[in-house]
Design a protein around this ligand. Structure first.
Ligand SMILES: [Zn+2]
Length: 137
């Protein structure tokens, strides 16, 4: 499996701006791209829980996102969501409800000066995770 995810600074800014607009709720979405872990497409998805501590992606928007990925021959690389009040790592709920073990979990946590992102590989069976490189070019 891949051990890094690469995103451009402009993609990073776009996600950060979206997550700021979602405040005080958690925001979420998908990172799609090529099998070498380079992100080419960002899908912002509505958090249907509209909660500051939980998220669930809107199913219809997910279907449309996967259709677009298929048509562009992109793969799902990561699922991102925000922790408006921290922490910077997955919660127990995140590990329990992670349905995409072949992709990375990316968490944007909010610091005084903005958002900081970390990427993880999640192991659903053991409910554990390890950090991977999240490269911003
Ligand atoms: Zn979370």
């Amino acid at each position: 499996m891949l051990n890094s995810l690469t995103i451009t600074k402009s993609q990073y800014r776009r996600i950060s701006a979206f997550l700021t607009r979602c405040l005080p709720e958690e925001g979420c979405g998908l990172l799609a791209g090529s099998v070498d872990g380079v992100v080419h497409n960002i899908f912002t998805i509505t958090n249907k829980f509209h909660s500051p501590v939980r998220f669930r992606m809107d199913e219809m928007q997910l279907v449309r996102a996967f259709q677009e990925m298929d048509s562009k021959q992109q793969v799902l690389l990561g699922i991102f969501h925000s922790h408006p009040n921290g922490p910077d790592h997955p919660s127990i709920t995140d590990l329990t409800e992670f349905y995409y073990p072949d992709s990375f979990m990316v968490i944007f946590s909010r610091l005084k000066r903005g958002w900081e992102a970390s990427a993880y590989q999640v192991h659903p069976i053991t409910k554990s995770y390890n950090s991977i490189n999240f490269i911003r070019n």
